[in-house]
Design a protein around this ligand. Structure first.
Ligand code: NAD
Length: 445
């Protein structure tokens, strides 16, 4: 430890010598007569190093107010959303999409065309044919097309602000860490990785590089789920007592990466069951205290030689709330969520689908029982989540679904597998608050 005084021109630390002027400029304070510890100086140097490696901050463009048009509708009808206020293309955040498979080609690239703050600027794929074809379709020049060997050179492309990882789960860890080292903000598909340890490595790598990390939990930007959360939080029907939810689909190709443990991490649970888990944690704004799991795979079915077919699990929350959850890889598609409260229930059909959600609520008033259909305007969930991440990059905010949120899902999934293996309930000791896992609420305009 050293005492700084007016005369001293240098502060000696374990790492290096910095000038008094530099030290004062880092702290922005006068430190005359102040005790300065080595760790304090090291922290400041680390901050400086971070600033040197972090991507340059983008200057947030002034957001226009929506254009006002003459009003003509009566308020008897459902109100329309305000008119969109897209940023000029030059002000939007540039995305490199990595992995041109079903999700990227079917949903993400088309969604980028309807974003207001985000734009596609680069593609990464192992297939030169795909790069050529998709590059032409979306107007991406050959210089902005990369393969997995040239991936790290994205760091030299100033048009790229964000790298969006849409690769098999088992590759998320490597490509997020390499992308962070290239100094780019990272958006990563769910599940975040193959294990909680990989998630921790990814969070550390992004923190060390001074870049943002968001997990693409589109469901938390989806208006039906957001409405359900609001109604539960304001206890419209009292306290939730029982939840029933499942996310199921059918699979046919045993050679697909989803059926290889090293690339998928697991079977139905990390791929689609994670939606039940993540959505319940989101709408309740609470962590389960205990899980009890059961795993099954039909013997001899080559689809399930490495990964599981079915996971059924129970989660216990406060106030005695129990959630019965299931996910299956070998039944006809079905995605349901039903929340039973003291005085009524909510139901969402197609709960975890890309679109087509239908929401109902049931309750009684005297002799009349009601079952209402809620008409909630759909939005493109992928465009909403990407524009939210762009807003975080432009305005230096923590993403709503930060890396810590992805880690928590992995901690719980590991407990579900452990419980299924042991046949006993497993306590969840990791109990972060909603605020610790989330950045500020997204502005969904
Ligand atoms: P996909 O198989 O259709 O696409 C994966 C891409 O990765 C392919 O283009 C493939 O060529 C490429 N790839 C690179 N290296 C590979 C390797 N070693 N093995 C196999 N493929 C390799 O998969 P997908 O359905 O597009 O899923 C991609 C990611 O997106 C997964 O993490 C998945 O969980 C996630 N996902 C999310 C949603 C959502 O709604 N958010 C929906 C579907 C998939």
């Amino acid at each position: 430890m050293k005492i700084v005084n007016e005369q001293e021109s240098e502060i000696l630390t374990d790492e290096k010598i910095i000038t008094r002027k530099h030290f004062l400029s880092l702290t922005g304070k006068s430190l005359i007569g102040t005790a300065v510890s080595t760790s304090m100086v090291s922290d400041l140097l680390a901050q400086e190093k971070l600033k040197a490696t972090s991507p340059p901050a983008k200057i947030p463009p002034a957001q226009d107010a929506p254009i006002e048009l003459e009003a003509w509708k009566s308020d008897v009808d459902q109100a329309s959303a305000p008119l969109p206020t897209p940023l000029a293309p030059k002000d939007r955040v540039g995305y490199a999409v990595v992995g041109l498979g079903h999700l990227a080609l079917g949903e993400i690239l088309p969604a980028l065309s309807s974003c207001k703050k985000s734009k596609l600027v680069a593609l990464v794929s192992g297939s030169p044919e795909k790069l050529e074809k998709v590059g032409k379709q979306y107007g991406i020049s050959p210089e902005n097309c990369y393969n997995y060997e040239t991936y790290d050179t994205l760091k030299d492309n100033p048009e790229v602000d964000v790298i969006y990882i849409v690769l098999p789960n088992g590759l998320h860890h490597e490509y997020v860490i390499r992308g962070a080292k290239a100094g780019k903000h990272m958006l990563c598909e769910k599940p975040m990785a193959n294990s909680s340890q990989e998630c921790r490595d990814m969070i550390t790598a992004c923190n060390e590089a001074g870049v943002k990390l968001m997990i693409a939990y589109r469901i938390q930007y989806q208006p039906h789920n957001r409405t359900l959360r609001e109604l539960i939080q304001k206890k419209e029907f009292g306290i939730p007592k029982l939840i029933e939810t499942s996310n199921n689909q059918s699979s046919a190709n045993p050679n697909h990466w989803r059926h290889k443990k090293s690339l998928a991490g697991g079977g139905a649970l990390p791929d689609i069951g994670i939606y039940c888990l993540n959505t319940l944690r989101f709408i309740l704004q609470e962590e389960p205290s205990e899980v009890f799991g059961y795993v099954y795979s039909t013997p001899g079915n080559p689809l399930f030689a490495e990964v599981e077919e079915l996971v059924s699990w129970q989660m216990r929350f406060s106030n005695g709330l129990i959630a019965n959850c299931a996910t299956h890889y070998n039944v006809h598609e079905s995605r349901q969520l039903r929340v039973l409260c003291e005085k009524g229930w909510y139901n969402i059909d197609k709960a975890y689908a890309y679109k087509g959600q239908q929401m109902q609520k049931a309750y009684a008033e005297g002799k009349i029982g009601y079952q209402d259909q809620l008409f909630i305007s759909e939005i493109n969930q992928f465009a909403a989540e990407m524009d939210h991440f762009s807003d975080c990059v432009l305005n230096n905010k923590k993403p709503f679904t930060a890396g810590e949120e992805g880690l928590q899902d992995h901690i719980i999934m590991e407990a579900i597998y452990e419980s299924a293996h042991s046949g006993k309930p497993v306590k969840i000791s990791s109990q972060p608050s909603f605020a610790e896992l989330h950045g500020p609420e997204p502005i969904l305009d």
